[in-house]
Design a protein around this ligand. Structure first.
Ligand code: DGY
Length: 322
């Protein structure tokens, strides 16, 4: 039987499926597996099932000469040196598609929460500071008639766009791919959406939502200069990857009220959050939860295991990374 390292607890039905076909070495710690232990336990394995918190770098790949597949339980795979894996003939897979609706719903949850000041209001009630209803108290911003600017136009961004008509929001997007590339129905979703340059999108959008992978080109895409292009009344939403935003620049801009607010699910150095953000009322901070429903996380784990079973069985992976 093949040997598989699984770096985290998986739903029991999913793990059972893998155990029928492979010897599973399960790391069951509460926090991410330490780097030394990851390297040591990778040795002799044919497959690794891992999370975004596990750095699958050259040292891990070199420690596992028999490795055939690294299956990330995530759509993003910036934690894996995919180019080096490819050069060693190791397949890398991710879990696209199964988390689209969960992340798109969550993006709207963040948009609604920050524009209507939900977390700020909740904090106020909990600390006993609410003095009662008043006509001009804690006013938010309406979405109807406003522009949502999507940076990136992958499948999650398109699902976010598909929900926009429910809120009367006009969608703009910046994308490197053609609008028709998103599979069946994607042209309809974008029928009334407007393609524009990043500068123009930042300049004209009321809400800017990030949907790009983390690459050398997108690291700090939203920096001081980019933020300066945004409206002072605009909101920034990040469910993509933390380092796409320069967190220090964002904290400074929010302190100066150069933006109305930001809602962040991801951070530059997770689980750390820039200390200047923590004291601000105009930022909503949640702990990387966008795909976090029981249904979606089970589907992600299941897809990762199906990829492992396919590759160890000599078949093509279901969802290799591009
Ligand atoms: C992903 O899938 O890339 C998420 O960020 C982890 O849930």
């Amino acid at each position: 039987m093949s040997a598989v390292l699984v770096t985290c607890k998986l739903p029991s039905s999913v793990l059972a499926k893998l155990r029928e076909r492979a010897d599973v070495d399960l790391y069951a710690g509460e926090a991410a597996i330490p780097a030394d232990e990851l390297r040591a336990r990778a040795s002799g394995k044919q497959a690794i099932v891992c999370l975004v918190t596990d750095a699958i770098d050259r040292s891990v790949l070199d420690a596992a000469p028999d490795l055939k597949i690294v299956a990330n339980v995530a759509v993003g795979y910036n934690n894996i040196d995919a180019a080096y894996a490819r050069s060693k003939g190791v397949v890398v897979t991710n879990t696209p598609d199964v988390l689209i609706d969960s992340v798109a719903d969550f993006t709207w949850a963040l948009i609604l929460a920050i524009t209507r000041r939900l977390s700020e209001g909740e904090r106020l009630v909990r600390r006993g500071a609410w003095k009662g209803w008043a006509l001009d108290f804690m006013l938010g911003t309406e979405l109807k008639g406003k522009q949502l600017g999507l940076v990136g136009l992958g499948r999650i961004a398109r699902a976010v766009a598909a929900r926009a008509p429910a809120f009367g929001v006009h969608v703009a997007y910046v994308s490197r791919s053609a609008p028709g590339d998103g599979g069946p129905g994607s042209k309809n979703v974008l029928a009334t959406a407007e393609s524009m340059s990043l500068d123009r999108l930042l300049n004209t959008s009321d809400v800017v939502s990030l949907h790009v992978p983390l690459t050398p080109e997108t690291r700090h895409l939203i920096d001081k200069k980019a933020i300066a292009r945004m409206k002072r009344s605009a909101y920034l939403i990040n469910t993509a990857r933390g380092p796409v935003v320069d967190e220090a620049a964002l904290a400074w801009a929010l302190q100066q009220h150069l933006l109305a607010g930001a809602a962040l699910d991801v951070y530059e150095n997770e689980p750390a959050v820039h200390p200047d953000l923590l004291g601000l009322e105009n930022v909503l901070l949640v702990p990387h939860l966008a795909s976090g429903t029981a249904e979606t996380r089970t589907a992600m784990a299941d897809l990762a295991i199906d990829n492992v079973i396919a590759v160890l069985g000599g078949r093509a992976p279901l969802t290799p990374v591009p």
